[in-house]
Design a protein around this ligand. Structure first.
Ligand SMILES: [Zn+2]
Length: 87
Protein backbone atom coordinates (compact mmCIF):
# COMPACT_ATOMS: atom_id res chain seq x y z
CA UNK A 1 0.00 0.00 0.00
CA UNK A 2 1.04 3.61 -0.41
CA UNK A 3 0.69 5.83 2.62
CA UNK A 4 0.73 9.55 1.89
CA UNK A 5 0.97 12.20 4.56
CA UNK A 6 2.02 15.83 4.20
CA UNK A 7 3.18 15.16 0.67
CA UNK A 8 5.46 12.33 1.72
CA UNK A 9 4.68 9.02 0.12
CA UNK A 10 5.77 5.86 1.84
CA UNK A 11 5.46 2.47 0.25
CA UNK A 12 4.44 -0.12 2.81
CA UNK A 13 3.86 -3.83 2.80
CA UNK A 14 0.40 -5.05 3.73
CA UNK A 15 0.88 -6.37 7.23
CA UNK A 16 -1.41 -8.62 9.24
CA UNK A 17 -1.31 -8.54 13.02
CA UNK A 18 -0.07 -11.96 14.18
CA UNK A 19 -2.16 -11.69 17.35
CA UNK A 20 -5.61 -10.90 15.96
CA UNK A 21 -5.04 -11.41 12.22
CA UNK A 22 -6.51 -8.05 11.32
CA UNK A 23 -4.86 -5.73 8.79
CA UNK A 24 -2.50 -3.27 10.40
CA UNK A 25 -2.73 0.43 9.61
CA UNK A 26 -0.02 2.93 8.81
CA UNK A 27 0.45 5.52 11.52
CA UNK A 28 2.76 8.51 11.43
CA UNK A 29 4.77 8.74 14.62
CA UNK A 30 4.97 12.12 16.39
CA UNK A 31 7.84 14.40 15.38
CA UNK A 32 10.82 13.86 17.65
CA UNK A 33 10.03 10.21 18.28
CA UNK A 34 12.72 9.17 15.82
CA UNK A 35 10.20 7.10 13.90
CA UNK A 36 8.60 7.65 10.57
CA UNK A 37 5.53 5.78 9.49
CA UNK A 38 4.82 2.69 11.57
CA UNK A 39 2.45 -0.19 11.00
CA UNK A 40 0.15 -0.46 14.01
CA UNK A 41 -2.66 -2.81 15.02
CA UNK A 42 -5.50 -0.53 16.10
CA UNK A 43 -7.90 -3.35 16.89
CA UNK A 44 -9.24 -2.78 20.41
CA UNK A 45 -10.06 -6.47 20.65
CA UNK A 46 -6.53 -7.54 19.81
CA UNK A 47 -5.34 -10.09 22.41
CA UNK A 48 -1.95 -8.41 22.49
CA UNK A 49 -3.52 -5.05 23.30
CA UNK A 50 -6.05 -6.39 25.80
CA UNK A 51 -3.41 -8.29 27.72
CA UNK A 52 -0.94 -5.46 27.76
CA UNK A 53 -2.10 -3.54 30.81
CA UNK A 54 -0.54 -6.06 33.16
CA UNK A 55 2.86 -5.65 31.58
CA UNK A 56 3.34 -1.94 32.10
CA UNK A 57 5.39 -1.31 35.21
CA UNK A 58 4.18 1.38 37.58
CA UNK A 59 0.98 1.74 35.67
CA UNK A 60 -1.52 3.90 37.48
CA UNK A 61 -4.93 2.37 37.95
CA UNK A 62 -6.63 5.28 36.31
CA UNK A 63 -4.31 5.50 33.36
CA UNK A 64 -5.55 4.22 30.07
CA UNK A 65 -2.26 3.26 28.56
CA UNK A 66 -1.99 0.10 26.59
CA UNK A 67 0.54 -1.50 24.32
CA UNK A 68 -0.45 -1.89 20.74
CA UNK A 69 1.37 -4.30 18.49
CA UNK A 70 3.43 -2.35 15.97
CA UNK A 71 6.08 -2.94 13.37
CA UNK A 72 8.71 -0.52 12.11
CA UNK A 73 9.04 -0.53 8.30
CA UNK A 74 12.32 1.38 8.62
CA UNK A 75 13.75 -1.52 10.59
CA UNK A 76 12.73 -4.56 8.51
CA UNK A 77 9.30 -4.60 10.12
CA UNK A 78 10.73 -5.44 13.51
CA UNK A 79 7.86 -5.86 15.97
CA UNK A 80 7.70 -3.73 19.09
CA UNK A 81 5.17 -2.51 21.64
CA UNK A 82 3.77 0.91 20.96
CA UNK A 83 2.56 2.42 24.22
CA UNK A 84 -0.56 4.27 23.32
CA UNK A 85 -3.50 5.85 25.04
CA UNK A 86 -6.67 3.87 24.60
CA UNK A 87 -9.14 5.68 22.42
ZN1 LIG B 1 -3.73 -7.14 16.66
Amino acid sequence: MIHEYAGIKTELEDRICPHCHKPMEPWLAPPGSGWGVLMVCFNNDCPHYKGSDHEIANKRDDSRLGCRYAENPDNNYTPFNLVAVCL
